[in-house]
Structure formats: C-alpha cells, structure tokens
Write a protein that binds this ligand. Structure first.
Ligand code: HEC
Ligand code: HEC
Ligand code: HEC
Ligand code: HEC
Ligand code: HEC
Ligand code: HEC
Length: 233
C-alpha cells in the first residue's frame, strides 16, 4: 500500500511530463537546470546534496523529487527528524543485499548504492565501504586511518541515525556491464579493484589482492542475480 502511495504521484508526474512535451520539461530548455529548479525549496538548505544529485542525473532520473522519498514529519520545522527516511525496500522489493552491515536499517543497500545520484551506473557509490567476512566495516574519521589506496567514506552524521554506512572504502568506477573489463564488475588491467572484487578476501575467485583461480569474465549478473543476493543460481 505504501509503495503505491509513494509511486502514484511519481508515475503521474512522469506520464504528464512525457505527454506534455516529449523530450524534457520546457522550462529546462537551453541551460542545465539548477538544483532549485529540480528540487525546489529542499535545495535551499540541502544544497550540497541537491547540487550533486542534479549534476549526476538524480535517482535514476531527475523526475523523482526529494518528497517522493522523504515524507513530511514535522511541518514548519527544518531540523533532524523533520522528514522521514525511507527503506530502499519500500520501493524495490526484488533485490537482495549482500554482506551488508546496514541490514534491516535505513542504511541497508547503501554499502554499494547511494540514493542521491552517482556518476557511476545504477547509483553505485564512488567510494564503497569494504565489508569483511564478519560483515563489518573498518571505522575511520579521515583518509589517513585507511590504507593508501583507500578513502574514508561516510555520510553526514548530524542526525545520528542508528547505523551509518561509512568506513574505509575503495574508489569505484562502474561505467559498463561487460564483466571482467575496466570500469565494470572485475578489473582487466588492475585485478582486485573492480566492484565485485574489492571486498573479497576469502573467495575462490576475484579477490581484492588480485589473486584467485580463473573464473568467468562474462557479465556476472546473469549467473549471480541480484534477487538472490548475488549467490550463483
Ligand atoms: C529515491 C529516494 C530518495 C530521494 C529521491 C532522495 N532521498 Fe534523501 N535519502 C534517501 C535514503 C534511502 C536515505 C538514507 C540513506 C542514506 O543516507 O544514504 C536518505 C538520506 C537523506 C538525508 C540524511 C542525511 C544522510 O545522508 O543520512 C538527507 C538530509 C536527505 N536524504 C535529503 C534529501 C534531499 C534534499 C533530496 C532531494 C534533493 C533527497 N534526499 C532525495 C532516499 C532518497
Ligand atoms: C530551512 C532549511 C531546510 C529546508 C528548506 C529543508 N531542510 Fe531538511 N534539514 C534541515 C536541517 C537543518 C536538518 C538537520 C541537519 C542536517 O541533516 O543537515 C535537516 C534534515 C533533513 C533530513 C534528515 C532527517 C533525519 O532525521 O535524519 C532529511 C531527510 C531532510 N532534511 C529532507 C528535506 C526535504 C525532502 C526537504 C524539502 C521538502 C527539506 N529537507 C527542506 C534543513 C532544511
Ligand atoms: C520512493 C520510492 C523509492 C525509494 C525509497 C528508493 N527508490 Fe530507487 N528508484 C525508484 C524509482 C521510481 C526509480 C526509477 C527512477 C527513474 O528512472 O526515473 C528508481 C531507480 C533506482 C535504480 C536504477 C537507477 C538507474 O540509474 O537506472 C537503482 C539502482 C535504485 N533505484 C536503487 C535504490 C536504492 C539502493 C534505494 C535506497 C537507498 C532506493 N533506490 C530507494 C524509487 C525508489
Ligand atoms: C554488493 C553491492 C550491492 C548491494 C549490497 C546492493 N546492490 Fe543493487 N546493484 C548492484 C549492482 C552491481 C547492480 C547492477 C547489476 C545488477 O543489476 O545485478 C545493481 C543494480 C540495482 C538495481 C537496478 C536493477 C535493474 O535491473 O536495473 C536496483 C533497483 C538495485 N540494485 C537495488 C538494490 C537494493 C534495493 C539493495 C538492497 C536490498 C541493493 N541494490 C544492494 C550492487 C549492489
Ligand atoms: C561491500 C563488499 C562486497 C562487495 C561490493 C561484493 N561482495 Fe561478494 N562478498 C563479500 C564478503 C564479505 C563475502 C564473504 C567472503 C569474503 O569475505 O571474501 C562475499 C562473498 C561472495 C560470494 C560467495 C558466497 C557468499 O555470499 O559468501 C559470492 C558468490 C560473491 N561474494 C559475489 C559477489 C558479486 C557477484 C559481487 C558484485 C556484484 C560482489 N560479490 C560484491 C562482500 C562483498
Ligand atoms: C556462467 C555463469 C557465471 C558467470 C558469468 C560468473 N560466475 Fe561467478 N560463479 C558461478 C558459479 C556457478 C559459482 C559457484 C561454483 C563455483 O564456485 O565455481 C560461482 C562462484 C563465484 C564466486 C564465489 C566463489 C567462492 O569462493 O565460493 C565469486 C566471488 C564469483 N563467482 C564472482 C564472479 C564475478 C565477479 C563474475 C563476473 C566478472 C562472475 N563470477 C561471473 C557462475 C558464474
């Protein structure tokens, strides 16, 4: 029920926009839209987040507004708790997470994804906190707490949510779905640095130190489907 309530305005908005003009909203003709044009008053205060989201194409597209995810809890107030925080699973029920320290919290899935736009494909984070076989991350407060090839990833801790997906992280480029290829699931020229390698220390294949037995170099997702939490089918 809540899924429908959340989606209906979005779907209507998309249908109206498409019907009205075909290619993009007329008020954005010419110049790239500003964060305020896309995200309205939310962008006045949350300007860093809204500007990055606008630059990176939003959540899938720019047509999903902040309010589609964050319902008003305290009208008139602008502070911690003035808006609610959704679970990814409120809208996405098919995908299952993988070795995720934020499981069952609002941080679930954010070890690999950001809700707020990314230059990578499919909202994959550019700094991916590494989880180990215990499904925990290494806490850090700045880059020097991590190894030289890692960075300290976090999100703004002002509101103190119970579980935050931060920690020592690997830089990730994810711009194609080819399989073992640069910018894809596993790296061809720098083994160990791909999205499906950086966390792995004990797997038979595709480990973060670049070792492991040879394994398929084809796109991983048909054999390791997201709806099975990437377990082979
Ligand atoms: C598709 C859903 C979605 C959209 C659209 C979205 N958010 Fe979020 N937002 C989330 C989720 C999920 C979280 C909690 C996980 C996280 O913080 O990474 C969150 C967290 C936050 C937080 C808490 C800070 C933090 O990172 O923990 C703020 C502030 C926020 N969003 C503001 C915004 C603003 C402003 C917009 C519009 C410019 C926006 N969000 C659009 C889903 C969304
Ligand atoms: C007048 C300034 C202001 C405006 C306008 C504003 N916010 Fe906020 N918002 C804040 C402040 C201050 C906080 C608390 C500190 C922080 O997270 O930056 C906050 C926190 C949040 C949080 C995190 C709540 C939590 O308890 O973790 C979300 C989500 C959020 N805002 C969404 C929105 C959305 C969506 C809009 C637009 C409908 C919006 N805000 C408009 C100032 C504002
Ligand atoms: C309020 C519903 C809602 C919530 C909550 C939500 N999403 Fe989405 N998500 C959508 C919709 C709608 C789209 C399709 C957007 C479009 O193409 O305009 C989408 C698209 C996506 C995509 C595909 C993006 C692309 O580039 O094609 C990914 C990945 C995704 N969501 C992940 C997440 C994750 C991870 C979370 C939690 C951090 C989340 N979503 C929370 C509604 C939601
Ligand atoms: C280990 C990293 C990882 C985790 C954790 C993760 N994802 Fe993903 N997600 C990916 C990758 C990689 C893709 C692109 C390949 C694919 O679809 O399998 C993706 C794709 C998606 C898509 C787009 C699917 C499509 O067919 O376009 C959605 C939606 C999504 N994820 C949602 C989620 C949700 C919801 C969660 C938490 C329940 C989650 N993801 C947890 C890595 C992850
Ligand atoms: C956030 C860290 C992280 C990412 C990203 C990640 N994995 Fe894993 N994965 C783990 C951990 C932790 C294990 C446990 C073994 C280990 O630590 O080496 C594991 C183990 C596995 C296993 C063995 C079965 C299991 O679940 O224990 C498979 C299969 C696997 N991963 C596939 C993938 C694929 C495919 C991707 C890319 C879509 C991926 N992983 C991305 C953390 C991750
Ligand atoms: C043709 C199907 C197929 C493709 C493509 C494929 N895999 Fe696998 N993968 C499997 C099967 C089946 C298993 C389980 C049996 C085994 O270990 O060989 C497996 C196991 C794994 C494991 C876990 C090994 C362990 O220690 O348990 C990892 C990690 C892994 N694959 C990563 C990947 C990555 C990364 C890609 C893409 C670059 C990929 N796989 C592409 C079929 C595939």
């Amino acid at each position: 029920m809540s899924v429908l309530r959340r989606f209906l305005p979005v779907l209507l908005g998309v249908a109206l926009a498409a019907g009205a003009c075909g290619t993009g909203a007329p008020q954005f003709d010419g110049d790239a839209p500003t964060p305020e044009e896309v995200y309205g008053s939310c962008a006045f205060c949350h300007v860093g987040l809204a500007a990055a989201m606008t630059a990176n194409g939003g959540h899938g597209t720019l047509s999903l507004p902040c309010e589609a995810c964050h319902e008003n809890l305290e009208p008139g107030f602008a502070q911690c708790g003035h808006r609610d925080i959704p679970l990814c699973a409120d809208c996405h029920t098919a995908q299952i997470t993988h070795h995720d320290p934020g499981v069952a919290t609002t941080r679930q899935c954010t070890i690999c994804h950001t809700p707020h736009g990314s230059p990578n494909l499919l909202l994959v984070r550019t700094g991916l906190p590494l989880s180990n076989p215990d499904n925990t991350t290494t806490p850090c407060s700045n880059d020097s707490d991590c190894t030289s090839i890692q960075l300290c990833a976090s999100t703004d801790p002002t509101c103190g949510l119970a579980v935050r997906t931060g920690g020592c992280a690997a830089p990730i480029t994810f711009t194609n779905l080819e399989g073992r290829a640069d910018g894809s699931f596993a790296s061809a020229t720098d083994p160990g640095t791909g999205l499906c390698e950086v966390c792995h220390t004990t797997t038979l294949y595709y480990r973060s130190d670049g070792t492991g037995e040879p394994h398929f170099g084809l796109p991983c997702f048909p054999c390791h489907p997201h709806p099975r939490g990437f377990l082979p089918n």
